[in-house]
Write a protein that binds this ligand. Structure first.
Ligand SMILES: [Zn+2]
Length: 230
């Protein structure tokens, strides 16, 4: 007898819940065929499982160009490196998509990056946008790229922090990255300025992330891994 799908089951955080969801899908798959198995496979492969309480817009959905190159990121990493883009703010999905396309073109055409620089971008529309993503080395900070995930909120936050929608999305994304074993549970959070000569992510945004529990007040030490290009 086929089980019913109860949406609430998929909204609860936790590994045990994920196991229950997988078992649940397996039961459904036996009843309703291959489609659910494929869905489960995609869910695991892309880590877009519903355990994440955040909306992640895929590269396809924002019209990203294909990267020129990519290097595999060995996860989980121990550092989340926070940026602002120091470009336009956006508060609607349409405006954020336009800004992302412009930014990707700038990074690839003018700065000779292989792709948009960051692993994820966040708009003040409250959405997370996939950049290089979960499993690809970023191009946001030399030497740190291979040991961190680079997350940028879109805008300049020198004289005012990101809005609550963007900050909530960032916290949701960080929890999601831990949940999916892309960040270690004891990961360290830094602003770009902690590891480089820059005012990024802006004074006001920096003041916010310094209050978060994973922010590390010690002098950052680069975890040791063999550098690769970015
Ligand atoms: Zn930065």
């Amino acid at each position: 007898m086929c089980a019913e799908i109860h949406g609430v089951q998929y909204l609860i955080f936790g590994l045990q819940t994920q196991i229950l969801v997988i078992q649940h899908f397996m039961q459904i798959a036996q009843c309703q065929g291959r489609m659910f198995v494929i869905f489960l496979f995609l869910c695991i492969q892309t880590a877009l499982c519903a355990a994440c309480n955040v909306t992640i817009i895929s590269r396809d959905d924002w019209g990203a160009r294909a990267p020129n190159d990519h290097d595999h990121l060995h996860t989980p990493v121990t550092v989340a490196l926070i940026h602002h883009t120091d470009r336009d703010h956006c508060t609607t999905k349409a405006a954020c998509i336009q800004e992302l396309q412009d930014m990707q073109n700038f990074h690839m055409n003018n700065q000779s990056h292989s792709d948009i620089m960051y692993n994820f971008m966040i708009g003040e529309d409250g959405n997370v946008y996939e950049g290089r993503g979960w499993n690809t080395v970023g191009g946001h900070m030399p030497y740190w790229n291979i040991v961190s995930l680079g997350i940028a909120v879109m805008g300049n936050f020198q004289r005012g922090p990101p809005n609550s929608a963007a900050l909530g999305a960032l916290q949701g994304l960080l929890a999601c990255l831990v949940e999916n074993h892309k960040l270690t549970p004891d990961y360290k959070l830094y602003g770009h300025r902690d590891v480089g000569h820059t005012n990024c992510p802006g004074n006001s945004f920096y003041d916010v992330i310094k209050t978060w529990s994973h922010y590390d007040t010690g002098k950052p030490v680069l975890p040791t891994k063999t550098p690769t290009r970015s």
